[in-house]
Design a protein around this ligand. Structure first.
Ligand SMILES: Nc1ncnc2c1ncn2[C@@H]1O[C@H](COP(=O)(O)OP(=O)(O)OP(=O)(O)O)[C@@H](O)[C@H]1O
Length: 299
């Protein structure tokens, strides 16, 4: 379990992380979502002792990272896959990790197999690796000590579709066995597919957090009718908040059953009625983080 309590980080006049509090629970994948520059990496760097917080605390399984006697056995970290020594081979990097964590030699080959790096690839210098191969090696290094907690910054970066699926299954299995997974992304879909819980951050502040199921439910309903203006009128008259999506559908902030009942009462035949899910979550994400979106939110 990871606990973040009132974490704040300033760089000069930049408030990178602003009073952030959340928990990533055991047995769950927590997605840490936010636009570029929102403060995700800074928060994660503080968790693993690479950056000092201005105020607040971060603990892993109840202890500060600096107080963990053999951190690799408690927490696997992948912050920047390109930070590995370019002149060493993948196998050498894993062997160093195996040695300083005091693990059996066999763990190196086991991990290479887990992340599907072939013996030939393992013998090549990391400087010659593709980004996806470096991510795989980074994940192997994070997992080698069989830690209870995984902290991964943008782990899907550079992976191809099969690689993304592989990583998703790996992290799912890890959480299902009781592990804690915290992964960051600015890609909503990636987080939406894998996460059990979502923490959304914008301009250093948490703008929303909760279980994915609850957030998706709160994302509302998409509804369509031949006479969309009359439907809009009926829903607004019933006190619902509606917005017109670009494709002509209406988005409401309430559940489908209520929308259906109102339409039936007004004698309006619907052509579509469904939970907004991904689209709703995206809208929520753009809205909640609008102040920190470089491009602003499209109308
Ligand atoms: N070492 C540093 N010195 C000064 N400012 C920094 C430093 N590191 C981060 N920042 C600033 O802190 C803010 C948060 O950056 P951070 O890298 O944590 O965002 P992020 O959410 O990880 O973004 P991305 O999705 O682009 O990786 C940004 O305004 C950034 O410019």
């Amino acid at each position: 379990m990871i606990t973040i309590d009132g974490l704040t980080k300033t760089y000069g006049t930049t408030l990178a992380v602003d009073d952030v509090t959340f928990t990533a629970a055991s047995g769950r994948v927590t997605g840490f979502l936010g636009p570029n520059g929102a403060g995700k990496s800074t928060t994660m760097r503080i968790m693993v002792g690479l950056t000092r917080a201005t105020s607040g605390h971060a603990t892993i399984s109840g202890r500060r990272f600096a107080d963990l006697p053999n951190p690799g056995l408690e927490v696997g970290v992948l912050l920047d896959a390109s930070a590995q020594h370019a002149g060493r081979t993948g196998r050498e990097i894993l062997t160093l990790a195996q040695q300083y964590m005091g693990l059996p030699r066999a763990r190196v080959e086991e991990m290479l197999a887990v992340v599907s790096l072939t013996p030939d690839e393992a013998g090549r210098r990391v400087g010659e690796y593709s980004l996806g191969m470096r991510q795989r090696l980074g994940i192997a290094t994070a997992l080698i000590g069989d830690p209870e907690v995984l902290i991964l910054d943008e782990p899907a970066n550079g992976l191809d579709p099969a690689g993304i699926r592989w990583m998703r299954d790996l992290l799912r299995g890890y959480a299902d066995r009781g592990g804690t997974v915290l992964l960051s992304s600015h890609l909503l879909h990636e987080i939406e597919v894998i996460a059990d819980d979502i923490v959304m951050i914008g301009l250093g502040r948490i703008v929303s957090q909760g279980s994915k199921t609850d957030l998706l439910r709160a994302a509302g309903t998409v509804v369509r009718a031949a006479d969309i203006a009359r439907l809009e009128q009926a829903l607004t008259a019933a006190g619902l908040v509606t917005t017109r999506a670009g494709d002509g559908a209406l988005h409401t902030d309430t559940e489908a059953a209520r929308v259906g009942t109102i339409a039936l009462g007004a004698g309006i035949a619907l052509t579509e009625l469904r939970a907004a899910e991904g689209a709703g979550l995206e809208e929520m994400f753009l809205e909640l983080t609008s102040a920190s979106q470089r491009e602003g939110v499209p109308a």
